[in-house]
Write a protein that binds this ligand. Structure first.
Ligand SMILES: Cc1cc2nc3c(=O)[nH]c(=O)nc-3n(C[C@H](O)[C@H](O)[C@H](O)COP(=O)(O)O)c2cc1C
Length: 328
């Protein structure tokens, strides 16, 4: 089966639209290599910054899989009706070493037509700009900046900053392609105006789950939640952004669990799709399986992956138009 899966993101040619998203599965060299081996066109490394509090937060990280009745079980294989409910923090690494590691991994990735993408979350903005420059100087070819981290509101003050106003400073620091990860509702137009080459839509929501047995909060805190149920919400976010800015390069995130979800994100207007929770719970093999499913879907429909981008969004109607068309 020969199917053209190539897409264009942030001005870069990707061999396919499947990206391993930033998270615990991309926190180590071995984890990143496993995602590359599974065929991901890009692997976004776990985010870093210089804040000690953000690192301490990773040491206090906790994760549970929730079934459809919100019954928790330990982290492990998850199905389509499960959610991942967790607290996470940022990598506790020596940043100069991490920059060297990512640059080396990205050089290796280039030999297999793939990318390894570092991710920054701002604590101090000047430090973020400095780290961005250091990644570029080390030879990295694509940088991601997450300005929509859901945990920011619960983290220690200043550990994780959010907001589109952070983009311009980091943009000014580097000339490599910059993708910016946003919260639902953040302004895509302002992000592009600040110089982002792509937007990644959109980060997870924060949640609260009382435990019926203990009558206490599950995990003890508010925490971020995601699942396949989030996909339609993310798809709307992507479709609205695509319709408002048809030329914008969009990476979909939050809810993709298989290759058909990747196709749905493309149809909504994304050019690539980050899968994170599925890789954490079920392993990097989900990336290879998603690629096979997407290739099968494209073959069945006789289309190249890039032809799917935005197709469904372009056919969306207003309530009024649909009433007229159906003579209601
Ligand atoms: C345990 C965990 C850790 C994460 N850590 C990061 C991170 O460090 N940086 C980041 O930009 N996104 C992070 N994310 C967000 C994911 O990359 C992704 O945007 C989100 O989980 C929604 O996509 P999914 O449904 O494929 O998981 C994390 C997600 C999870 C579940």
């Amino acid at each position: 089966m020969s199917v053209d899966l190539a897409v264009r993101v942030a001005g870069l040619e990707l061999k396919n639209p499947v990206v391993a998203g930033s998270g615990e599965a991309t926190a180590t060299e071995a984890g990143i290599r496993a995602c590359l081996d599974a065929g991901a066109a890009a692997v976004v490394a776990k985010s870093v910054n210089e804040s000690a509090a953000a690192r301490a937060q990773l040491r206090a990280a906790e994760y549970v899989v929730l079934d459809e009745h919100l019954q928790p079980r330990p982290l492990g294989p998850a199905g389509r009706t499960d959610s991942l409910f967790c607290r996470s923090g940022l990598l506790d690494v020596e940043l100069d070493e991490w920059i060297d590691t990512i640059a080396r991994l990205d050089r290796d990735a280039a030999t297999r037509d793939a990318y390894v993408v570092p991710s920054l979350i701002v604590a101090d903005l000047e430090e973020a700009a400095r780290h961005a420059r250091a990644f570029e100087a080390a030879g990295v070819r694509w940088l991601e900046l997450n300005v929509g981290a859901p945990h920011a509101e619960e983290a220690s003050a200043g550990a994780l900053r959010t907001g589109v106003d952070l983009v311009a400073r980091v943009r000014a620091a580097v000339s490599i392609p910059l993708s910016v990860k946003l919260r639902a509702g953040d302004s895509v137009a302002d992000t592009l105006a600040a110089g982002a080459d792509a937007v990644c839509l959109a980060t997870r929501a924060m949640a609260f789950v009382p435990d019926l047995e203990t009558r206490r909060p599950l995990l003890g805190t508010f925490a971020a939640i995601g699942g396949a149920w989030a996909l339609p919400l993310s798809l709307r976010e992507v479709a609205k952004a695509h319709l408002a800015q048809p030329e914008a390069s969009i990476v979909g995130t939050n809810g993709a669990r298989d290759g058909y979800d990747v196709a749905r994100f493309l149809l909504a207007g994304a050019s690539a799709v980050a899968m994170t929770s599925a890789v954490i719970t079920n392993g990097p093999a989900v990336l290879a399986r998603a690629l096979g499913e997407l290739a099968g879907y494209c073959a069945d429909h006789g289309v190249a992956a890039r032809e799917l981008v935005g197709e469904a969004a372009r056919h969306v109607q207003t309530y009024e138009e649909v009433a007229i068309e159906r003579r209601l």
